[in-house]
Design a protein around this ligand. Structure first.
Ligand SMILES: Cc1cc2nc3c(=O)[nH]c(=O)nc-3n(C[C@H](O)[C@H](O)[C@H](O)COP(=O)(O)OP(=O)(O)OC[C@H]3O[C@@H](n4cnc5c(N)ncnc54)[C@H](O)[C@@H]3O)c2cc1C
Length: 423
């Protein structure tokens, strides 16, 4: 199997981006650190508004979660609406729920506007009940989401069977607002759009230090310095250097394996409407097809860890359990990525200094939210108006016991996968 840091998405990305490293000093209105969805969306927004903006990426565009994820463009967060309101209050909660309900429309509108070749399919998603208790969870979500105005539909076991082509589920929650994309290609398309709008984009340009001097930020990279009135730090789970502004989160690994493109015959019985799917398991499973007809199946766990054996054994068995006709399909790609999980699963905006904000902690839901948070963070800084932020900025966000919790998630996933792989 290939290097777990190399995803299928790098192989199938239709567009390439050429952005040189920074080799001279620059002065801009806004400097953006990080070239994932949050940073690219912020740079695009600022450039479209006529601001001078420079995006600095330590590696390549989409090196982080944006180039490794499942590609489910979901509406909302992991949490059902009542939990969001309970965590951040009724009014801010309702505002966030409304903003993120529209997030898939925002993403697909950008894809259309900039003709981004990222395999967009807006046929909805299926949250599949893996057990009777999973179905109860979906019933609660269905009730709360319907009350909040979401056009979700609860499917019976038979309907879930027809839609997935698998007999493994007790029912499913269909969300027609959602869809799937080739995740890396979306990030690359966004940065191309930002660049065409006038943003200066530099890759292989890690910001090593940042300091506030005489009303301006000074960001140092190995090849040059950027002076900026405002800064957005969009580094999420792949934050490098800059220890003073490091985001606090629990790192949770998630892996995926992809088959070769399936034959027409096999494809005929699987996901006929091409919804993206995940299940209600605590150690969850995701599955979807890409444009070429590969089956991509994922679960929680770190492939760079000793648990890889358990994870790879489990994924073989799980695929056969979901789709017996795919039991012998070899996997051609396997990769993983790090998710920035927060305890309450609510993304955070942190004020890291004067005119400087950081956004992070999408807890595995960053395509829509990252696009929205990047855009609104840029709008807020450019207008000097904190009320434009999607959630109020906090001066600090802390997480306790992050190493212990990471070990807990990883050993829990490895153990679950080991047991299930042997049953
Ligand atoms: C395996 C996996 C599956 C997921 N599945 C889904 C899904 O199906 N749907 C969904 O909505 N979300 C999903 N997510 C979450 C989603 O991918 C992330 O929330 C999202 O990509 C975060 O985007 P971002 O721009 O904030 O951060 P990232 O995409 O991680 O980008 C951060 C960037 O900052 C750069 N950087 C770090 N430090 C510096 C520095 N000092 N100087 C310059 N650059 C720096 C990094 O190199 C990196 O490119 C998944 C995540 C993972 C890992």
């Amino acid at each position: 199997m290939n290097d777990p840091e190399q995803s299928l998405w790098q192989t199938t990305c239709a567009e390439t981006v050429t952005a040189p490293p920074l080799t001279a000093d620059a002065a801009v209105d806004l400097a953006v650190i990080g070239g994932g969805y949050t940073g690219c969306s912020a740079a695009l927004t600022a450039a479209r508004a006529g601001a001078s903006v420079c995006l600095l990426e330590a590696q390549e565009i989409g090196f982080g979660g944006s180039g490794r994820n499942v590609g489910l463009v979901n509406a909302g967060l992991w949490l059902p609406p009542d939990d969001i309101r309970a965590h951040i209050g009724t009014e801010p909660g309702n505002r966030l729920i409304d903003l993120l309900a529209k997030a898939p429309s925002d993403v697909f509108a950008l894809i259309d506007e900039y003709d981004i070749a990222c395999e967009p399919v807006r046929n909805g998603t299926l949250h599949c009940a893996h057990s009777a208790s999973g179905l109860k969870d979906l019933q609660t979500r269905h009730a709360q989401l319907s009350e909040a105005g979401a056009p979700v539909e609860l499917l019976s076991a038979d309907q879930a069977g027809e839609r997935t082509g698998s007999q493994a589920f007790h029912g499913a929650l269909f969300d027609p607002r959602a869809g799937t994309i080739q995740p890396l290609a979306y990030a690359v398309g966004l940065v191309r759009a930002a660049s065409q709008a006038g943003a200066r984009v530099y890759t292989h340009s890690p910001v090593q230090t940042m300091a506030y001097e005489a009303g301006h930020w000074v960001l140092m990279t190995p090849g040059g310095t950027v002076r900026a009135r405002s800064v957005i730090q969009a580094t999420n789970a792949y934050h490098l250097a800059l220890p003073e502004t490091a985001p606090a989160y629990v790192p949770v690994y998630y892996f995926q394996y992809a088959t070769a493109p399936l034959t027409e015959n096999l494809r005929a019985s699987i996901l006929p409407r091409k919804e993206g799917c995940w299940d209600t398991g605590l150690i969850m499973t995701s599955f979807r097809l890409d444009q070429a007809g590969r089956m991509i199946i994922g679960g929680m766990g770190d492939l760079g860890h000793a648990g890889r054996v358990a994870h790879s054994g489990w994924v073989r068995r799980k695929l056969a359990e979901l789709y017996p006709q795919l039991a012998d399909q070899p996997f051609e790609h396997g990769w993983h990525g790090r998710i920035a999980m927060t305890s309450d699963h609510i993304p955070k905006i942190t004020q890291i200094g004067p005119n400087a904000l950081a956004a992070h902690g999408y807890s595995g839901r960053g395509i829509g939210p990252g696009t929205v948070f990047g855009r609104m963070t840029a709008e807020s800084l450019l207008a000097d108006d904190p009320s434009l932020l999607p959630v109020p900025a906090v001066s600090e966000h802390r997480e306790n016991w992050t190493r212990v919790r990471r070990a807990f998630f990883e050993s829990g996933a490895a153990l679950t996968h080991l047991i299930r792989a042997r049953v």
